[in-house]
Design a protein. Structure first.
Length: 191
């Protein structure tokens, strides 16, 4: 009985964690996943599939080709949350989730992006700066932290013998002049 595993106690829905599959009955192929709250996870899958934006391109293509009516969500195993990834990997190893993009549970390792996909991701991030609020939050979080000796050694090794291009030097110089002019640096008064 696919989606109907949410137990109702009065008006309280019981959260069930476990391993599930989204199976296409025409092809027999499935996507295998795990969730701490299967009901919420399934709702997320269905919403993204209906919107045409699911993270698994293979599952999205099959959904588009065969239609929503040919898919069923099945519970494979109810599992305590701390064992979810272990059990998901067990099913991935044995059932071979044909629609899963990665062979590893909860990991993007093993996923190979096409050249077009990499170009799209790069273009999507170009020119996006961080908001002033985000920059201030990051700054506050890092205040008072000192780099580890390993970080310092790696930085020194990286910059040793490296010569900046004229363009890089003039860009950094202009940035420093702007920072001084805006009062972002405070000179220590001596004596």
């Amino acid at each position: 009985m696919g989606l109907q595993i949410v137990l109702l106690t009065g008006s309280l829905a019981v959260v069930i964690s476990g391993i599930y599959e989204i199976r296409c009955h025409l092809t027999g192929k499935a996507y295998i996943g795990s969730a701490g709250d299967m009901r919420k996870r399934w709702a997320t899958h269905v919403a993204s599939l209906r919107a045409g934006k699911h993270h698994s391109a293979k599952l999205q293509a099959a959904w588009r080709k065969y239609g929503e009516g040919e898919f069923k969500i099945n519970v494979l195993e109810i599992v305590e949350p701390k064992r979810l990834l272990e059990r998901e990997q067990y099913y991935l190893d044995r059932k071979r989730g044909a629609y899963n993009m990665s062979p590893t549970a909860a990991s993007p390792r093993g996923v190979r992006h096409t050249a077009q996909s990499r170009a799209n991701m790069s273009a999507a991030h170009k020119g996006k700066g961080q908001s002033e609020e985000h920059r201030l939050a990051r700054s506050r979080a890092l205040k008072g932290q000192k780099p580890s000796p390993q970080t310092i050694a790696a930085s020194v090794a990286f910059h040793s013998g490296r010569r900046q291009s004229e363009e890089e030097r003039s860009r950094r110089s202009a940035g420093m002049k702007r920072a001084w002019a805006e009062g972002r640096f405070i000179r220590e008064k001596s004596g």
